[in-house]
Design a protein around this ligand. Structure first.
Ligand code: SME
Length: 150
């Protein structure tokens, strides 16, 4: 499945008539539509010089958590750790920010530009424990492609 999605991601980032924001919105929409256990897909980015993340484009229900301090929740922890964070069961996490009662699991993969962790892709799933290493490799690919247009 992910091998089929990769050329579609490349097609979006290479679309000259799309703005960067439009490209990122299209990527969120594509992932949320095509991967049945990706129920919410969004990009967070470091908010200027502040030690906080700010929500960028997303697909799925609007969230109240448009600003997340570094260290808080899964997203805030990835902002500091620079490592993928796969959460098979969100209820087992102490440092977790709930966006919807339906969410069972989450994956956050940092986005690097010139070696700097500048943001992340965050995916919430209503399915328990759905993520594998294939998701990690695929989302790393997505972030690399996005980094090229930032
Ligand atoms: N659950 C995240 C917050 C962001 S929402 O999932 C959209 C966290 O714990 O950081």
């Amino acid at each position: 499945m992910f091998k089929n999605l990769e050329p579609l991601i490349e097609g979006i980032v290479n679309k000259v008539e799309f703005s960067t924001t439009k490209k990122m919105q299209e990527i969120c929409n594509l992932l949320q539509k095509e991967v049945n256990y990706y129920n919410w897909v969004g990009f967070y980015f470091k908010n200027g010089e502040k030690r906080e993340l700010k929500l960028g484009t997303f697909a799925g229900e609007p969230t109240d958590h448009t600003i997340i301090p570094f260290g808080k929740g899964i997203c805030g922890q990835v902002a500091e750790s620079n490592e993928n964070f796969v959460v098979p069961d969100v209820q087992a996490q102490d440092n977790y920010i709930a966006c919807s009662i339906n969410v069972k699991s989450e994956i956050v993969v940092p986005l690097f530009k010139n070696g700097q962790n500048i943001g992340q892709i965050d995916i919430d799933s209503d399915t328990p424990d759905p993520f594998s290493e294939e998701d990690e490799r695929f989302l790393e690919f997505v972030n690399q492609k996005v980094a090229e247009i930032l």
